[in-house]
Design a protein around this ligand. Structure first.
Ligand code: OSB
Ligand code: MG
Length: 371
């Protein structure tokens, strides 16, 4: 039976993160984004979160392009179709190029709605098997090394299972050496967000001595050729983030040997259906995957938790608890991390309630689009 949609509600929110988050491409603190609500005739409500930032420095999408694409193209496509299963949403959107984060926001709301109508957790609807997921933490660039060491210590005390550090030219080998010295046994990785080129190969060879579990996206954001060249020269596994937009990209990267680990971000690859396919393909090819983060609020975080319950998400993700980012989150209960794990919720759909008063508090625009 087709899902009897009546409307979409676009909630544009503005939330301030507790701490600014600094990467090689820029610093974020105020986050603007859309929560998408899909409502049906039976009173079920599905939620998705758009992970596009206000500035196109991670991918080309922005909060404004998301709105344009959703209003002018994606919802009209949904209106034309009878959607029985959320996999059909990806197919309906396939003839529009790019704009994966906008597509994933709508598709995510449809997945939540579908799972709620079925009365099953989203994790189960996706084929997830794990009851708990392991969590790591991504720490932005810090003003000083001693600030960084203090942050790491605090997060390790909270139980996080691996530490990811942002690096950029001038803040790399020296920094990582100090961190390794202070934490000889901690699983540590570095994320360059595309800040280097093949000219820096000697730097990456030095990193080999530090026993990092991986290095994430060292080279250009749209490259898989140079990454393959680099991977042949170093022992540290390369993990791709920015370079991967689709299962097709994953297939080519694995074929070329551009990486040994895959970061799956639901928004970047156009949604949960494609994330499942990427998971399955990587599993068949012996490539471990983990779930990346986009500094999400509760709705996006809940989707990340659900996808992380699939069996080949074997490495801790960047799916930290709500309190790492927000004074107050938009879901009840908030996401909590105990002993480095999150319990995958068992209630239908995303498994967390929307905190309506928080949603209202942070909302700066509300757009209702009838179907
Ligand atoms: O490269 O994984 C990244 C945050 C914003 C943009 C890109 C990235 C990140 C993170 C933080 O590393 C992940 C998180 O805690 O949500
Ligand atoms: Mg990254």
């Amino acid at each position: 039976m087709a899902i009897p949609l009546t409307k979409f509600i676009l909630h544009r929110l503005r939330m301030r993160m507790i701490d600014p988050f600094a990467t090689s491409f820029g610093t974020m603190q105020d986050k603007e984004f859309f929560v998408i609500e899909a409502v049906d005739e039976d009173g079920f409500r599905g939620y998705g979160e758009s992970v596009a930032f206000s500035i196109p420095w991670y991918t080309e999408e922005t909060v404004k392009t998301t709105k344009h694409i959703i209003e002018d193209f994606l919802i009209p496509l949904i209106r034309e179709q009878k959607i029985e299963h959320p996999d059909e949403v990806f197919l309906a959107f396939e003839r529009l190029r790019g704009n994966n984060m906008a597509k994933a926001a709508i598709e995510g709301a449809m997945w939540d709605l579908y799972a709620k109508r079925q009365g099953i957790p989203l994790a189960k609807a996706l084929g997830g098997e794990k009851e708990t997921i392991d969590v790591g933490i991504s720490i932005g660039l810090q003003p000083t090394v001693s600030d960084l060491l203090k942050k790491i210590e605090g997060f390790l005390d909270e139980g996080y299972k691996r530490i990811k550090l942002k690096i950029k030219p001038g803040h790399d080998v020296g920094l990582l050496r100090e961190v390794r010295k202070a934490f000889p046994d901690t699983p540590i990785m570095a994320d360059a967000n595309s800040a280097y080129t093949l000219e820096d190969i000697s730097l990456f060879k030095q990193l080999d001595e530090l026993d990092l579990i991986m290095i994430e996206q060292p080279l250009q954001h749209n490259d898989i050729i140079d990454h393959a060249k680099l991977q042949r020269e170093i022992n540290t596994p390369i993990c791709l983030d920015e370079s991967i937009y689709s299962l097709y990209d994953v297939q080519k990267a694995i074929e070329l040997g551009s990486c040994k680990v895959m970061n799956v971000k639901v928004g970047r690859v156009g949604g949960l259906s494609e994330s499942v396919r990427i998971h399955d393909y990587c599993k068949e090819h012996g490539i471990p995957v983990w779930c990346g983060g986009m500094l999400e609020a509760g709705v996006g975080r809940a989707h990340n938790i659900a996808i992380s319950s699939l069996s080949n998400f074997v490495l801790p993700g960047d799916t930290a608890g709500s309190s790492r980012y927000w004074e107050k989150d938009i879901i009840k209960p908030e996401v909590t991390v105990e002993n480095g794990v999150i319990h995958v919720p068992s209630a239908p759909g995303i498994g967390y309630e929307i905190d309506e008063s928080a949603l209202e508090e942070f909302r700066i625009e509300k757009i209702i689009i009838p179907i």
